[in-house]
Write a protein that binds this ligand. Structure first.
Ligand code: CA
Length: 221
C-alpha cells in the first residue's frame, strides 16, 4: 500500500511514517497541500491522510479539489479535538473518515485498513479468491488452508491482484504502490515478484495471467 501523508508538523509526520512502515505501508510525506496536488498528479496512491490545518491552502480545499477531479482516492482527515465544524465540513466534501489528534498508531492503522477494504467494497479483513485466502489484519496468506510463506513484496503484489480481480491490475499501479520516494521499484522487480508468486501458486488453479501491454489479472483455471 502506498500512502500520501499531507502533514506540516514534522514530528507528527515522522511518527506516522515510522509507524506505518512497520506495517509495511509505504508513506510519501509532504508538508503542504500544493505539494500534495503535485504528488497526486504523479502517482496512483492507495490512500491519502490529510491534516486539515496546513499553511496557505488548507486540507479542506485540497480534498475539495481532489473530489472535483473525480479522484476516488480514500481520504482520512486528521483534525484537532475542538475542530468539530471542520470535521463535519471535511466529511461533507468527500473525506471518508477522520481521526482526532492526538491519536495512537494502532487506531490509525486499523482505520486505514478499514478504508482500504471499504474502497475495495469488502466488508471483512479477509479476501478470498478460489482456494486463496488473504487476511489483511494479520497479513497472512493461505492456499487451500496451507499457509503460504510470502515475503512482504510478494504479499503486496498478491493483495493488489486479489483486490483488483476480476479486473486487470496495471503494472504501473503495482510499480507505484510498491515503491516510495526513497526507493523506486522497477518493472523488472515487479516481474520477478510475479514470477515467484506464479511458482508458489503453480499447484493450484489460481493463475496470474499477463495482459499484454497493461498488466496482470488473477484467474481461476
Ligand atoms: Ca497542521
Amino acid at each position: 500500500m502506498r500512502i500520501l501523508l499531507v502533514e506540516d508538523d514534522a514530528i507528527v509526520a515522522a511518527g506516522i511514517v515510522e509507524g506505518l512502515a512497520r506495517s509495511s505501508m509505504s508513506v510519501d510525506r509532504v508538508g503542504t497541500a500544493e505539494l500534495a496536488e503535485a504528488a497526486l498528479a504523479m502517482t496512483a496512491y492507495d490512500l491519502a491522510i490529510v491534516d486539515l490545518g496546513l499553511p496557505v491552502m488548507d486540507g479542506l480545499e485540497l480534498i475539495r479539489r481532489v473530489r472535483r477531479k473525480r479522484m476516488n482516492l480514500p481520504v482520512l482527515i486528521l483534525t484537532a479535538r475542538d475542530g468539530l465544524e471542520d470535521r463535519v465540513k471535511g466529511l461533507d466534501i468527500g473525506a471518508d473518515d477522520y481521526l482526532l489528534k492526538p491519536f495512537l498508531l494502532p487506531e490509525l492503522q486499523a482505520r486505514l485498513r478499514a478504508l482500504i477494504r471499504r474502497s475495495q467494497a469488502t466488508a471483512s479483513s479477509e479476501l478470498i479468491f478460489g482456494p486463496l485466502q488473504l487476511d489483511l489484519g494479520v497479513r497472512s496468506a493461505k492456499l487451500s488452508d496451507q499457509v503460504l510463506d510470502l515475503p512482504v513484496r510478494e504479499w503486496e503484489v498478491l493483495q493488489h491482484l486479489i483486490m483488483a480481480a476480476p479486473r486487470v491490475l496495471s503494472k504501473q499501479k503495482l510499480i507505484d504502490s510498491l515503491g516510495d520516494w526513497d526507493r523506486e521499484v522497477s518493472a523488472n522487480a515487479v516481474e520477478l515478484y510475479v514470477s515467484r508468486l506464479r511458482a508458489k501458486l503453480a499447484s493450484s488453479p489460481v493463475q496470474i495471467r499477463t495482459v499484454r501491454g497493461i498488466g496482470y489479472r488473477l484467474e481461476l483455471a
